[in-house]
Write a protein of this length. Sequence first.
Length: 266
Amino acid sequence: MPRRSPRSRIAVPSPIPWISIQVTFEPLSGVAFLSPKGGPGKTTLSHLLALGSAWAGLPAWLCHTDARRPLRVNDRPYALIDARGEARLEEVSEMLARRRRPSGGYAIFDGGGNRGDADMAIALAMDLVLVPITPSAESIELGLDFLARLDQAGRAPERSLLVLNQISSNVHEATMDERLFFGGISTVRVLCRVQRVSAVRTLLVPDDAQPGGLFPTPPPRVNHLARALERAVSARLTRAEHLDPRRTRTPADQHADSHTDIIALA
Ligand SMILES: Nc1ncnc2c1ncn2[C@@H]1O[C@H](COP(=O)(O)OP(=O)(O)O)[C@@H](O)[C@H]1O
Ligand SMILES: [Mg+2]
């Protein structure tokens, strides 16, 4: 059963002359993890969302746009597509846009801290852009700067959000990070917090380097994060559909829009 009613097309044209991804991915939801910084968790969160969508019974196509070689995968419950380079990125986008499976699902774009204009072209075509940041001053500065550029490019702020990643499960450390790093960030621009779970590393290990060449069953902690991330994304997409851009949003609306629960472990 479709989980969402059809979404309005995001018709912001790409201002980039050499690359245009002006497609709508409907009935897929286009979600990109983007950041000019290396290492805040774009690839990890992309795989977590793809895994979470599989556990939710939804197909996911994870498009790798990093210049580095994509992971070698064998039997993951989601598809990993090599979308490196402008021509291939456009081709893959068009291919996904032609999918007409009513069940929905996700077109996930893993940004590579690419040339900024490639990331911007991806961003403008997305239903939701997620910018991961970690508890570090540099990561936050670059993340907020990128968010401001997305706003300036005309994206609805509700559709460009931060994911606070690598939150310590030690409550004292988490509280300190909150105070030192995340305190000044507006909660309405935060989709969720994702805990630091070392087992997520297994998602970035090539399947042929695993015993039997097969994707191992992810540990429960990883599955839990994956499901929680998918739920947060799905809830935000559903909410964004109902946002009427002409209506002045009240503080109560803004409060309802914020979803800042720490993604807790089972
Ligand atoms: N929530 C997390 N918990 C633990 N480690 C994480 C988490 N998110 C990212 N990492 C680790 O941080 C490193 C960089 O993550 P990666 O997803 O490759 O970042 P990016 O794609 O943005 O460069 C990797 O070693 C990854 O395992
Ligand atoms: Mg990466």
